[in-house]
Design a protein around this ligand. Structure first.
Ligand code: SF4
Length: 185
């Protein structure tokens, strides 16, 4: 069992889904930092690290903390690699963080119309997805973007993703196991 499944209390903590802004209380920011440290340690010893990182960087734009990275760090890795990944309808990685189900863009909009007075948290609960997924779909709708609007670019090599990870993420705190990793591209 992977760390993210065994410790869903860490990986699916609301602060991991929605990192606190700089204006949050010191206590909240410290709690978030503690959760990140714990999650990083679990990812660093995970045998699926390489596949998980590759998938979260090059294949699926998932939310939350995945493979030792925050969503912001994964965006930085993609920028370094000049990779663009369309926001996914799955907000958890299959086989790694598989406790939630896929949600379609249309389903989110339909429920928003059906329950206009629901909070976004309630909609997320109805859909069985994360709050950030609901927000992402609603943002996309506001911008008038279709989920199939963009053509994905060629995928990067696994080694390039690992190198970009080293550049972006402080590997003093998260030393992923590279030995024995499986090449997935
Ligand atoms: S590397 Fe991926 S599969 Fe492993 S614990 Fe971290 S998020 Fe889960």
């Amino acid at each position: 069992m992977t760390g993210c499944i065994a410790r869903s209390d860490i990986f699916q903590h609301r602060l991991m889904e929605e990192p606190p802004p700089a204006s949050a209380t010191r206590r909240t920011r410290e709690r978030y930092e503690q959760l990140v440290r714990e999650a990083k340690a679990l990812c660093a010893s995970c045998p699926l690290f390489t596949e998980c990182l590759y998938s979260a960087v090059a294949e699926h734009d998932v939310s939350g903390f995945v493979a030792g990275t925050t969503a912001v760090q994964r965006r930085s890795i993609r920028n370094l690699l000049d990779v663009e990944v369309q926001a996914d309808d799955f907000d958890q990685l299959a086989g790694a963080r598989g406790t939630r189900r896929p949600v379609s863009h249309e389903e989110v909009l339909r429920l928003r119309t059906q329950y206009p007075n629901d909070s976004l948290e309630s909609l997320a609960m109805r859909l069985g997805c994360s709050l950030s997924t609901v927000k992402r779909h609603l943002r996309r709708a506001r911008r008038g973007q279709s989920p199939a609007a963009k053509t994905p670019r060629p995928r990067p090599e696994v080694g390039a993703v690992l190198d970009a990870f080293d550049t972006v993420v402080d590997h003093q705190q998260c030393q992923p196991r590279r030995t024995g990793s499986t090449r997935v591209a």
